[in-house]
Design a protein. Structure first.
Length: 265
């Protein structure tokens, strides 16, 4: 029987291309039935799996530079496979790490809302549902049937659109295949980005574009061999699968939480 190699799905986000338009956020909410409130001004109560942040080099005009920073779930692997911060602390096993895909799942029916995972996540990639979702009249007909709608009292997060992976694998099985082509499984944010700033694929597959850009060194916990590629808070050792690409040194330094006096002037 043919042996299928384990996958490590991840993405590279080119910060030099990102314009901060927010298309990835809108696509994510639409694809995954993420609820919204009438008043979205209170960001502590709003729910979003993908957020876009803005940062600057802290220099006065005309030397000011701006960078927009999309942040999905990092799907951390940790120092040892599966020991991501959130998975390690969940008492209900409502979140788990898949060694077959490298994706950190969220099982809503097991979650009882203790929010330990939110406290453990250094990226603030998880959100808590304070309210049951209320959809405007008629909008419930446009919800995706592939993603369950979450009730109040549970934590939710980015899943790398895992339901798309399941559908792609089902189609491949019908076609008599065990492996997917690179374009058969793509996240909604990747496809929606008008600037083409997001690249998604298998970090274990040397033929995938995401591998060629990220150049992960799996002997050193996925640290990139590309000097222009970095991961958020790399020094924490969470071993995330979301890589960022930038030609600007101050962007790469801020991504690893350097102090202002450490940033290159």
């Amino acid at each position: 029987m043919e042996q299928v190699k384990d996958k490590k799905f991840g993405m590279v986000i080119d910060l030099d291309k990102c314009t901060g338009c927010g298309s990835c956020m809108v696509a994510c909410m639409s694809e995954n039935n993420v609820p919204f409130r009438e008043d979205e001004t209170d960001k502590l109560l709003s729910v979003a799996w993908m957020r876009v942040y803005k940062m600057t080099n802290r220099k006065p005009y005309p030397d000011t530079e701006v960078c927009y920073f999309p942040r999905p779930c990092m799907h951390c692997e940790g120092q040892h496979s599966g020991h991501s911060p959130c998975v390690s602390v969940c008492p209900a096993v409502a979140t788990d790490y898949s060694t077959a895909t490298g994706i950190v799942s969220q099982i809503y029916t097991r979650c009882f809302g203790c929010r330990y995972c939110m406290a453990a996540c250094p990226y603030h990639a998880r959100v808590f549902n304070w309210f049951d979702p209320v959809w405007p009249h008629g909008m419930e007909k446009s919800l995706s049937p592939d993603v369950s709608v979450r009730m109040r009292g549970v934590v939710e997060k980015c899943s790398f659109c895992y339901h798309r992976y399941q559908k792609a694998m089902e189609k491949a099985y019908v076609d008599g295949r065990k492996e997917l082509e690179e374009n058969e499984y793509q996240t909604s944010c990747t496809q929606a980005c008008p600037a083409g700033a997001i690249t998604f694929g298998d970090l274990n597959n040397t033929h995938h574009e995401v591998y060629k850009i990220a150049q992960p060194d799996h002997k050193h916990h996925g640290k990139s061999k590309n000097p222009k590629v970095f991961r958020l808070l790399e020094r924490l050792g969470t071993n995330p699968k979301v890589y960022y690409l930038s030609s600007r040194k101050w962007v790469r330094q801020l991504g690893d939480n350097y102090r202002p006096d450490e940033i290159m002037k």
